[in-house]
Structures are given as C-alpha cells and as structure tokens.
Ligand binder design. Structure first.
Ligand SMILES: NC(=O)c1ccc[n+]([C@@H]2O[C@H](COP(=O)([O-])OP(=O)(O)OC[C@H]3O[C@@H](n4cnc5c(N)ncnc54)[C@H](OP(=O)(O)O)[C@@H]3O)[C@@H](O)[C@H]2O)c1
Length: 261
C-alpha cells in the first residue's frame, strides 16, 4: 500500500483522517484495535505493524516518542531491507535518532502536526533528510494538502515551532474556556458563551490572515480611548497575560528539548 500508520491515536488518527481525503490507499495499526473504527469510517484498511513494515511505501510513525525505539526495533529487518519513507511526528526526536533506531540510512521526513489537522485546519512543519527525493516529496505534499498548512522549516526550529502550533490547541482551548467562563460569570448562558468565544477566536485569526495587519493595529481598532475594551486588557495585563503566553511557549520548548535527549 502507499501509506501506513503505526500508531493511530490522537495525532496519527487526525492525519490519517485528513490524508484519506486525498487517497484511501492507507493501512493503519495500533495495539488495542481502537483504530478499527477510524479505518471503517474513512474507508481505509486496519492492519498490523509487521504488515505495514513489509508492504507500505510511506510509513507514518505515530507512537509516543519514548515508545519509538522499541517499536522500530521489532520491525527493523523489514525497514532495513526495504528502506521505505518514514514520516515521524514524535515531539523532540530528531531525524538522525530515527535513523539510529533503524540502524541504516533511509528516507525520513520529520513533521510537527497539530490536532486541527483532522478537519483540514492543521499546521504542519516539516523537514527531511537528503535521501527524500524531490519527486517523492512533491507527491507527498500534494497528498497532504487536505491536512491544512504544510510548511518547510529547518529541523533546528521544529521544537520551537512545535511549542507554538503543535501544543497550541491546548493553550487555545484553555483560553476559549476561560473567556467563556468570564462571560458566564457575567450572565451569558454556557453554550452561547462557548459559541461566541470560539467564533471570536476563528474570526480574529481569519481577519489577521486575510489583512496581514499588525496584531497590535487590529487590537487598537477594538480599543476606544477611555473605553471598556482597554479597561479589560489592562486587567488582563495586570495578571500577566502576555507574559503567561510567552512563558508557556518557552516552557513547552524546553520540555521538548528534554524529551528529545
Ligand atoms: N497529540 C498532539 O497534539 C501531538 C502534536 C504533535 C505531535 N504529536 C506526536 O504524535 C505522536 C503520537 O501522539 P498522540 O498524542 O497521538 O498519542 P496517542 O493518542 O497516545 O497515540 C499513540 C498511538 O500509538 C499506538 N501505539 C503505541 N505503541 C504501539 C506499538 N508498539 N505498535 C503500534 N501502535 C502503538 C497507540 O495504540 P493504542 O491506543 O492501541 O495503545 C496509539 O494509537 C507522539 O510522538 C507525539 O509526540 C502529538
């Protein structure tokens, strides 16, 4: 088959789901059988690690970083013989470590995706080693189009980008929930508060993407002198709003670095 997924949980499942809109030539595997439902839903095949290693040309590695070494060891002979394209999404693991685990040089793409990939609104950074041929990369990028933004980035910056967009959905959901909690505290019904918060996040981001105006200018357009929005922002800044966001990204980056050691 063209694509295989070894590990098909939150992230592998999100990519398999999006990829299946380009091609259904996909096999997925996990340990528990949970991915069977995804396979049935997306019209793709449920398989096992050995069959994927023996038969797929491009294999997504969707297991947790600390499980990667043992998982690859179990299928090492087939990988060393066939040298399929491996696509690793493991946070903090470098391409050279994947090559070391397999024990031979083979084509590897490293990606850093996020969960909105499942609905085609993902952000995916990628880099690859010198064994990935331009034609294969071009074809892979075309297949990945339903995932969202797929952007080339030097490997040395992947952990930093991951701390923003890979982990970012978690920050966004906490922010969304907190904004809604504020509105609920002011009397807005819970369901409406979530809806308004989510649409405000989407709309504000979309307005930035469409206009490319500086975020500060877009913020200024909402803040009348002496008005209520600037009063709210002042209260947020007094609680360390910007600093909390910056320090959160930096702490995630540092943890990514630790996990990769
Ligand atoms: N979640 C994110 O937002 C995110 C973002 C960027 C990168 N990543 C990266 O994506 C990878 C997966 O993370 P995740 O959040 O998707 O984890 P997850 O939901 O726990 O999924 C892990 C998957 O690996 C499977 N698995 C574990 N050991 C296996 C084995 N020996 N053979 C076959 N399948 C095996 C699990 O199967 P069972 O469920 O059956 O045990 C599960 O399907 C990680 O390397 C992570 O760094 C995640």
């Amino acid at each position: 088959m063209k694509y295989g997924f070894i590990g098909c949980g939150n992230m592998g499942g999100a990519i398999a789901r999006a990829l299946s809109r380009s091609t259904t030539d996909i096999a997925v595997a996990d340990r528990s059988g949970k991915a069977k439902a995804l396979a049935a839903e997306c019209g793709i095949v449920y398989s096992d690690n050995a069959s994927i290693a023996a038969g797929c040309d491009r294999i997504f590695l969707g297991v947790k970083p600390h499980m990667m070494k043992d998982m690859l060891a179990a299928i090492q002979p087939a990988l060393a013989r066939r040298k399929p394209l491996l696509i690793t999404m493991a946070a903090g693991l470098e391409i050279r470590q994947i090559e070391e685990f397999v024990g031979v040089r083979l084509p590897v793409i490293r990606i850093m995706p996020n969960t909105p990939t499942a609905i085609g609104k993902g952000v995916i950074q990628y880099c690859c080693n010198d064994l990935v041929e331009a034609e294969v990369l071009g074809d892979w990028l075309a297949d990945m189009a339903p995932c969202g933004l797929v952007d080339a980035l030097e490997e040395r910056l992947i952990d930093a980008a991951s701390a923003l967009s890979g982990s970012g959905p978690a920050y966004m959901y906490v922010f969304l929930e907190a904004l809604a909690d504020g509105a609920v505290a002011c009397g807005v019904p819970r369901a409406k508060a979530y809806e308004y918060a989510a649409m405000t996040m989407i709309g504000s981001a979309e307005l930035y993407l469409q206009t490319r105006q500086h975020p500060g200018a877009l913020k200024d357009a909402v803040c009348s002198p002496g008005g209520s929005t600037i009063a709210g922002l002042r209260a947020m800044e007094a609680k360390g709003f910007r600093s909390a966001a910056m320090e959160g990204v930096i702490a995630t980056y540092q943890r990514n670095k630790e996990l990769g050691k």
